[in-house]
Design a protein around this ligand. Structure first.
Ligand code: SF4
Length: 213
């Protein structure tokens, strides 16, 4: 099969996003939150865990812990128990408390709104930072999670599982004004149709544009 040019890929991706937008007009971030701080905590918890499970845990968690100070007012073991269902709870509790300490010491208890500042926090990588920046401040960014990784490869837009390479490749293939939209559409598509290990190609709205159909 001839190698697809960058401009052809850009055109195909734009058409894919149009179709996905038609199929999922309600696409939005899957995590429940009301403030940037809550989304930051929820995104840290979502590593290796479904959004549905995180949302169940955060109902009680956000009642009990409302500020960075609240997370530091309990022993790590208590926080571990509160987040246990999200998995990797020891590491996550340690990171959340370290992150809250930094928020207080360096940012006056507020969540910063730049990539550099966010990724300087313990437990916060580009995926978490992009998620917070795009959803809370509408700052364009591509959040590369498991769905975006899988779908970008199935669509042959990229040929790598390296999250940073995928992020930059997609940024090059779609206009900046659509970066945030791409996040929501790919993630929703990954949950509802292009499901891991059992993609529903026969009912997929982008099958005519997908080389893996
Ligand atoms: S056609 Fe199949 S593999 Fe391609 S995006 Fe749709 S569900 Fe995924």
């Amino acid at each position: 099969m001839p190698r697809e040019s960058r401009s052809a890929k850009r055109e195909r991706l734009a058409a894919i996003l149009d179709r996905l937008k038609g199929a999922y007009p309600d696409a939005k971030v899957g995590l429940d939150y009301t403030t940037p701080f809550e989304l930051l905590i929820a995104t840290i918890l979502s590593a290796q865990c479904t959004d549905e499970r995180v949302n169940i845990v955060t109902v009680g968690l956000f009642e009990k812990y409302r500020s960075p100070q609240d997370y530091l007012a309990v022993p790590q073991e208590e926080l571990e128990e509160d987040i246990r269902p999200t998995g990797f709870f020891r590491n996550k509790a340690k990171n959340i408390q370290a992150c809250c300490r930094e928020l207080i010491d360096r940012f006056g208890g507020r969540v910063p709104n730049t990539m550099d500042e966010l990724t300087s926090l313990p437990g916060v990588g580009r995926k978490t930072a992009n998620c917070v920046l795009s959803n809370c401040w509408n700052i364009p960014g591509i959040t590369v999670d498991t769905h975006v990784t899988r779908i970008s490869n199935l669509l042959k837009l990229v040929d790598t599982t390296d999250a940073v390479k995928i992020e930059y490749a997609l940024m090059d293939l779609v206009d900046q004004t659509r970066w945030n939209e791409l996040n929501h559409l790919f993630i929703t598509h990954g949950r509802r149709t292009c499901i891991a290990r059992r993609p529903q190609c026969t009912i997929c709205p982008i099958a005519p544009l997908c080389p893996s159909a």
